[in-house]
Design a protein around this ligand. Structure first.
Ligand code: MG
Ligand code: ZN
Length: 223
């Protein structure tokens, strides 16, 4: 009798990484660039995503996977209003998204008709950094209102980033925030990290950020 070898996946993170690798492959097969956007609650992820869609929707086709801890559709409603298909995956109270949740979202998106998929992760600066979702790039949104000491407090999330968005720069005159102090902390953890200071209110930084994202998306389509 021949025995069938079944690969046994030892732990949850290993299983996650397996699904994440598959997700990345599926995105790539569809010529899609996928970016995972992480942040603390209230950092302005949704505002950033909505403005990004408004600026890019005539150039590329964008879909959004919204992670939410509860089943309210506030964020996904805003994204749909901005003009992009959005699916919401609920983590049932979990404080991070995993690759299986992203897969469920992917199954509901028209992947053949998209160039860019944005994942809005759960607001949390600790465990989302541990979970590979199958994105091609990982971004962090850090608002000036959170303070300039965050790279020292949450070093792990800064270490593996591909791009950093500083948000709410219009608040700098009103809060105790030294952008050079913040950037020096980031530089220690992730030297040369691509960083865009932005304000969804004034539009500052959005031309440079959307150009970066557009370039990445077009490069993924040509592969
Ligand atoms: Mg949000
Ligand atoms: Zn978590």
């Amino acid at each position: 009798m021949t025995s069938i070898k079944v690969p046994i996946i030892e732990n949850i993170l290993e299983a996650n990484d397996f699904v994440a690798e598959e997700n990345r492959k599926i995105f790539s097969e569809h010529n899609i660039f996928c970016i995972n956007i992480m942040a603390a609650p209230g950092a302005g992820k949704t505002a950033l995503i909505v403005k990004t869609i408004e600026l890019l929707k005539d150039k590329i086709r964008i879909g959004v996977i919204e992670g939410d801890t509860a089943s309210v559709t506030i964020d996904s409603d805003q994204v749909v209003m901005a003009g992009a298909p959005a699916v919401q995956v609920t983590t049932a109270g979990e404080c991070h998204m995993d690759a299986m949740m992203v897969r469920k979202g992917m199954e509901q998106l028209p992947l053949d008709d998209l160039d860019l998929v944005i994942i809005e992760n759960i607001g949390n600066l600790i465990c989302p950094a541990e979970w590979d979702l199958g994105s091609h790039a990982d971004a962090l949104v850090a608002s000036v209102a959170e303070g300039d000491d965050k790279p020292w407090k949450y070093p792990n999330i800064y270490r593996n980033l591909d791009v950093l968005l500083i948000t709410k720069t219009d608040l700098i005159p009103y809060v105790d925030y030294d952008i050079d102090h913040f950037k020096s902390g980031v530089e220690i953890l992730n030297p040369g990290l691509v960083t865009f200071p932005t304000s969804a209110k004034t539009g500052e930084g959005f031309p440079a950020w959307t150009e970066w994202l557009l370039k990445k998306t077009k490069a993924a389509a040509e592969k």
